[in-house]
Design a protein around this ligand. Sequence first.
Ligand SMILES: Cc1ncc(C[n+]2csc(CCOP(=O)(O)OP(=O)(O)O)c2C)c(N)n1
Ligand SMILES: [Mg+2]
Length: 346
Amino acid sequence: MATKAAAHPSARLSEKTLLQIYWYMLLSRRLDERAWVLHRQGKIAFHVSAMGHEAAQVGAAFAINRGVDFVHPYYRDLALCLAIGYQPTDFMLSLFGKADDPSSGARQMPNHFSIKSLNIVSGSSPVATQVPQAAGLAFAIKYRQQTGLADADDTTQPRLALTCLGEGSTSQGEWHEGMNWAGVHQLPLICLVQNNIYAISVPVEAQMAVNNVADRAQAYGIKGVVVDGNDVLEVYDAVKAAAERAYNGDGATLIEAKTYRLVPHSSDDDDRSYRSREEVEMWKQKEPVVLFRRHLLEQGVLTPALVEEYDERAKKEVDAAQKVAEAAPDPAPEDALGAVYAPLEE
Ligand SMILES: Cc1ncc(C[n+]2csc(CCOP(=O)(O)OP(=O)(O)O)c2C)c(N)n1
Ligand SMILES: [Mg+2]
């Protein structure tokens, strides 16, 4: 990970911000590791992991107006949502399927992140369905600005929509529809494709005939960018530039972050049947949390003592979140058919 030239916005990040970025990457990793343990202990039913994707997600979160801009995540976006304000306890409540799970009262599977107060919007399980919904949000933002219902410069108002998905999901029709709509209407949309080169067991070369998902941007009349998704500062710079374009009325950006998932697709998958251990080991050498920690140590932003302090703090937060969730009440069976986002009208 190279130190960025002064022209890059990431070169202007304060030490405090760099440490916050590191903190959210670490917190996500530790929560994620615990989720795997809880699954193997038989305490939770399902886990789908963000491990390996932390740089792509936290880099993106820090480049937008967190908690104000709309975010339409996908199931792998734990680190993204944590960096926006989703709490470790929220995540544990969803893993344990408890009544107080803020995303849906446990009516959806875990990782269907949704926190209305943070403008994190609920999604459905069919992949890529969030993309036309995010394009619709971006259309509404632009419409409100053009009609004077909202001020384009008011940073207390959402000024863009960010959505994420995997490379395999870009084979779905919904993705193309959303991208086309974003191009036609020059929408303030950022689509972040987290390309981890597999869609469960299907490798990327069996999914598409071009080298990069971002190459397709031209066909929609939007800007396409490829970044190293394991380099959090590179992702930050790309998303920051895309956010500026969105805020300035210059339209949508498709960002492809090349990365790798370090673990099986989900707790129900065995990746040994479709990828070699050598390949996984090779990617582990450039995994994002270790990479960024090393970078910050080299820069003198982190010290070995701070690394230890952060590790202890993360463990404490994960322990506390698990404790709260385990003790929390289960939902009443009759609540199963309730709403997942807004309350149902009486
Ligand atoms: C329309 C639809 N088809 C299939 C599935 C089952 N499914 C869930 S995740 C997934 C793989 C998606 O891969 P990718 O988009 O590359 O994202 P990744 O999981 O690798 O981050 C599939 C096929 C689904 N949820 N929705
Ligand atoms: Mg994938």
